[in-house]
Design a protein around this ligand. Structure first.
Ligand code: HAM
Length: 458
């Protein structure tokens, strides 16, 4: 995918007053195929997910990292020359200064590039929320722009960090209410073990090429490991019986993998060993893992995945630095939440209170402001509407209570407060109003960052 320069293209003239505007092409004013707008109430679920992840990552000692949406193309070429994400799906562009750039197709390479550039003191633990761009065939759960919540740790080789990183992601799904998410783990081996395994796998697969055809042979020649990823039913039998990575691990990789598995057991993190899990990028070494939801269709059931990439920093010109991390697809988590009927990521009440102004002397602005200063989420009607019209807006607003300013109550230093769900009405003094709303709005009471409650297990 390549976008050319568009220097000097004339913009359509702005219509003068009184002259009807030129007809527009309605397709041009729709989000591009494979992308989407996120509006409320859906955006509130996004907010809840991001807040839950941020809170959890902070509890694990991670700091936010923000990197550019585009990088020099070389940064992503490090991700893998045999992966479709880089070879076929990247959004590449040449800017007006002639620089070859690409929109981020995945989150790890930019974070490692930032590590190599800034050299923070290791261990460096960073989390992110960022859009990724892949020119894929759009379908449910697969988009051309998708968002990931991710975490990366650079500078630690200890298998206990693998356990911690996996536990960070594993507990997140539970925290947001997903129960049908399974953890698959594997080891890709290291430089000492991978070549022997790849050679054994290539030779085994090529033995079957005459029966499986030319495309199979080409895929094996290009990258035998990638063939293990394939979901082609006619290849499934041969792939099923292929030699397994875990049988070819070096002693070092094997003991690292065993320590990771033991650490997961010790924390009670349930997992399944998946010997054919190779993941899509060339940078992976040793531990790899994926989270799959049994509530989703098999083709798009990965709600997250990650692994070690112990050579990537060095390949980008940095010091040898082991690394491990994961990415979680926000859209897929929300689709899985819907499929499971998970309530934790359901939209919470939007507002704590709505102010209805029956006086019109400016006190509505002051009361609204005072409530907001007290930490409540408050809105009001504008445009000098009648009290009846304001009540309609209050009913539609999603607020739990309406605060009614009336002259009689004002004379007593009070307001009327109505519970918009039950219809009950009481009089509350202005001085005690914020405290009253805090205590009576379940939305306000619920509004602790998701996941701030103590965990039971991970
Ligand atoms: P990935 O497996 O390509 O890994 O993506 C991570 C997650 O992003 C997937 O499990 C899925 O939930 C979501 N995802 C991927 N592609 C799409 C798409 N086209 N539409 C919707 N959701 C999608 C990585 O990107 C690695 N950077 C993860 C990692 C971090 N490895 C080490 N550190």
């Amino acid at each position: 995918m390549r976008t050319g320069r568009s220097r000097g293209r004339a913009l359509a003239p702005v219509a003068s007053p009184g002259v009807p505007p030129e007809p527009v092409n309605p397709d041009a004013y729709r989000a591009p195929i494979g992308t989407h707008d996120v509006l409320a109430p859906e955006s509130r679920r996004w907010q809840a997910l991001v807040a839950a992840f941020a809170s959890r990552a902070e509890r694990f000692g991670f700091d936010l990292v923000v990197t550019p949406v585009f990088e020099h193309r070389e940064v992503f070429q490090r991700v893998g020359t045999t992966t479709d994400v880089v070879r076929k799906e990247m959004y590449e562009l040449t800017d007006r200064g002639g620089r070859d750039l690409a929109l981020r197709p995945e989150g790890t390479a930019p974070v490692v590039r930032a590590y190599v550039q800034h050299r923070p003191v290791p261990p460096w633990k960073a989390w992110y929320v960022a859009p990724n761009f892949r020119y894929e065939r759009p379908q449910k759960g697969r988009y051309r722009q998708h968002w990931q919540l991710g975490a990366e740790v650079l500078g630690v080789d200890d298998p206990e960090i693998d356990v911690e990183v996996i536990a960070l992601a594993h507990g997140f799904y539970r925290e947001v209410g997903l129960e049908r998410v399974e953890l698959l783990v594997n080891s890709m081996g290291d430089e000492a073990s991978r070549p022997a395994y790849t050679a054994a796998l290539r030779s085994y697969l090529l033995d079957h090429a005459p029966a499986l055809g030319e495309e199979f042979r080409e895929r094996v020649e290009a990258s035998p490991l990638r063939v293990l990823d394939s979901k082609r039913p006619e290849w499934a039998d041969v792939i099923e019986r292929a030699p397994q990575l875990t049988e070819h691990l070096s002693d070092e990789s094997r003991s690292h993998f065993e320590a990771v598995l033991a650490g997961l057991d010790a924390l009670g993190v349930a997992h399944t060993i998946a010997p054919r899990l190779v993941r899509g990028f060339d940078y992976y070494t040793r531990t790899t893992f994926e989270f799959v939801s049994s509530a989703l269709d098999a083709a798009q059931n990965a709600v997250g995945g990650g692994g070690r990439y112990d050579r990537l920093a060095e390949e980008m010109g940095g010091p040898p630095t082991p690394g491990i991390g994961f990415g979680i697809g926000i859209e897929r988590v929300l689709i899985a939440a819907d499929a499971e009927g998970a309530v934790e990521v359901g939209p919470r009440g939007r507002l704590d209170a709505f102010v209805v102004d029956g006086i019109g002397d400016g006190s509505a602005a002051r009361v609204t402001d005072a409530l907001r200063r007290a930490g409540l989420r408050v809105d009001r009607a504008f445009g000098g509407r009648s009290v009846k019209a304001q009540w309609k807006v209050a009913d539609r607003s999603g607020a739990e209570v309406a605060v009614m300013l009336g002259r009689d109550e004002a004379a007593r230093g009070a307001v009327a407060v109505k519970d918009l769900t039950t219809g009950e009405q009481v009089e509350v003094t202005l001085a005690g109003l914020a405290t009253w709303v805090h205590e009576h709005s379940t939305a306000a009471r619920r509004w602790t960052p998701p996941g701030a409650a103590p965990e039971t297990g991970s």
